[in-house]
Design a protein around this ligand. Sequence first.
Ligand code: MG
Ligand code: MG
Length: 248
Amino acid sequence: MRRTPAELDKMRRAGRVVAEILEKTRAAIRPGVTTRQLDEVARAVIAARGARSNFLNYHGFPATICTSPNEMIVHGIPGDYVLEEGDIISVDCGAIVEGYHGDAAYTAPVGKISAEAERLIEVTRRSLHAGIDQLVPDNRLHEVGRAVQEVVEKENFSVVRNYVGHGIGTAMHEQPSVPNYWPGSPGPRLKIGNVFAVEPMVNLGGPETLELADGWSVVTKDGSLSAHFEHTIAVTEEGPEVFTMADV
Ligand code: MG
Ligand code: MG
């Protein structure tokens, strides 16, 4: 799907709301805070900006953000979990403005964390940006996954295969999928106006995943730590434009 300049402008505005959620939830993370409190921070931003939540009620999802601590990879439900010193917490969030979606995620430390956890977060963040750099006109989509995988595996971490990035626009999840690994084919040629959510999930141990009995939470099968970073990015003439990053 190629978005028109007017559509891209709406996605830019949705992205700014998402960027504000990223910043405000991140600022609220500290030992003693519950994941439900982080959800409330996100809900307040969406209300203040006159946006809508794309997570709430998505296939019945009961909250505005996903909060996934430690060995949880994605889709954790905010609730009574109390953040503890030494945890890592992945926050995934989105917003809709005038029918157009933004989607982004980050993993943050709670207080002082281990050197290994710090390295996992840093490598995952770096792998996202290596993937984003591939989003230029005429490149092939699966170069994103190749770049992500190279950064991750050089550090002896593993890339999750069972969950991937996606096209985004008038729905949160649109075709095509954006794998975070080389899937064996180059994929579609990138065109100006394409918009993708790129979202590497990186495990300290193996790539295998397990869904918990709540029907949402996905954890690492081996119990190792996992990190997740995501942005919504457009392919433009000038290169990749990240919509979900705060203005600097
Ligand atoms: Mg997301
Ligand atoms: Mg996404």
